[in-house]
Write a protein of this length. Structure first.
Length: 360
């Protein structure tokens, strides 16, 4: 149904477009390949070291007119479409139709190609990522607003209806310095009433999970709230977030999740992270030897009301990023995590992981 609505809206927009706005640009091809090698210590014998592709994405961007653009991206690793949407630019803001990232969490809104660390601290619990729906964006010089009305994704998961709104303010913004302050909130109504969340030890490969809610049924609504803050001063980038999630159940027994992280990155070679439309971008090396960055992060996630006996975890992540070129990067991450809960066997894993990435 949503695909039919999308097709009709785009067709109508094209028919109503003035002739002088129909000049097209050539479609642009983009790739994002990430290969990881992961070593686990202090874990059960059933958890083996892993290696393989984390992502194999190919995207096509096409600016059809001055006001209409399309993006289609497929991940050949997960065998799923990630982006498939049209962006319509008007004097009243931008409108998105199709599958796209829903605006919640600074880490989610930034591209995974540009993050300080190999994995997000908590977006698997609190983030919404890509869903099919209708979106709105307004970008001003010192602030922006984004909203999404969405349902399931193209794979048919997460059926239901939802709304999310995110606002960003930049009280300081110049060539060297950016102060980013943001907040987001949303409400989701799952059709099947089922809720389940779990966390990895900040790695994308392997079966190990540190915290689980278990499968919770009878959920009427899922409410989200998040706060964001970041400060870039030349090569220094400090970033932090707090998020709260509440799964409301019919008759009580609600499930809460709280999460927070604080991270810092410093580019030793002097370059800085780009910033655009409420999210941080990559580092472009100034030297033929590339750019080198050191990063550190602490994070905490808590579940309250789950059924698995694993209630949360703390983690410390240290890393190095070598931006070989503006299209290639090598990452080294060390993660030390501590699991909380009442389960009979709790683990405090150490994770050593390396990623080779090419993306443009």
């Amino acid at each position: 149904m949503i695909q039919r609505v999308l097709f009709c809206c785009i067709s109508l927009a094209l028919m109503l477009s003035p002739v002088d706005a129909m000049a097209t640009e050539k479609p642009e091809l983009h790739i994002n390949f990430q290969y990881d090698v992961v070593n686990f210590d202090d874990v059960p014998d059933t958890v083996d070291d892993e290696s393989g592709f984390r992502r194999r994405r190919v995207a096509l961007d096409w600016k059809a007119t001055d006001w209409l653009a399309f993006k289609f991206e497929h991940d050949f690793q997960s065998h799923a479409w990630t982006d498939a949407h049209a962006r319509i630019k008007t004097g009243a803001g931008n409108f998105l139709l199709g599958q796209f990232k829903q605006p919640f969490s600074l880490e989610t809104m930034g591209s995974n190609k540009n993050r300080l660390f190999m994995e997000s601290a908590f977006s698997s619990v609190f983030g919404i990522d890509r869903r099919v729906g209708l979106g709105y964006q307004w970008f001003a010089p010192s602030w922006s607003l984004a909203a999404g009305l969405y349902g399931k994704n193209l794979t048919g998961e997460n059926e239901g209806g939802a709304l999310v709104v995110r606002g960003v303010w930049n009280p300081v913004s110049d060539a060297e310095r950016i102060l980013h302050l943001g907040a987001a909130t949303g409400r989701e109504r799952p059709d099947d009433g089922v809720f389940s969340r779990s966390t990895r030890p900040e790695t994308g490969l392997g079966p190990l999970r540190l915290a689980r809610t278990g499968t919770i049924t009878g959920v009427d609504e899922i409410d989200r709230f998040g706060l964001e803050g970041a400060w870039r001063n030349g090569p220094l980038l400090v970033q932090g977030e707090y998020a709260h999630l509440l799964a409301n159940r019919d008759g009580g027994g609600d499930v809460d999740a709280d999460g927070a992280y604080l991270s810092v990155g410093y580019v030793f070679t002097g370059e800085m992270h780009q910033y655009k439309e409420g999210a941080f971008g990559t580092v472009k090396p100034a030297s033929k030897w590339g750019a080198l960055e050191g990063v550190a992060r602490i994070a905490r996630i808590d579940f309250d009301g789950g059924t698995s006996g694993t209630d949360g975890h703390d983690s410390l992540t240290l890393g190095l990023n070598w931006y070989v070129t503006d299209r290639t990067r090598l990452q080294l991450n060390y993660v030390r995590a501590e699991q909380d809960g009442t389960a009979p066997l709790l683990v405090d894993p150490e994770v050593f992981q390396v990623r080779a990435q090419i993306g443009f």
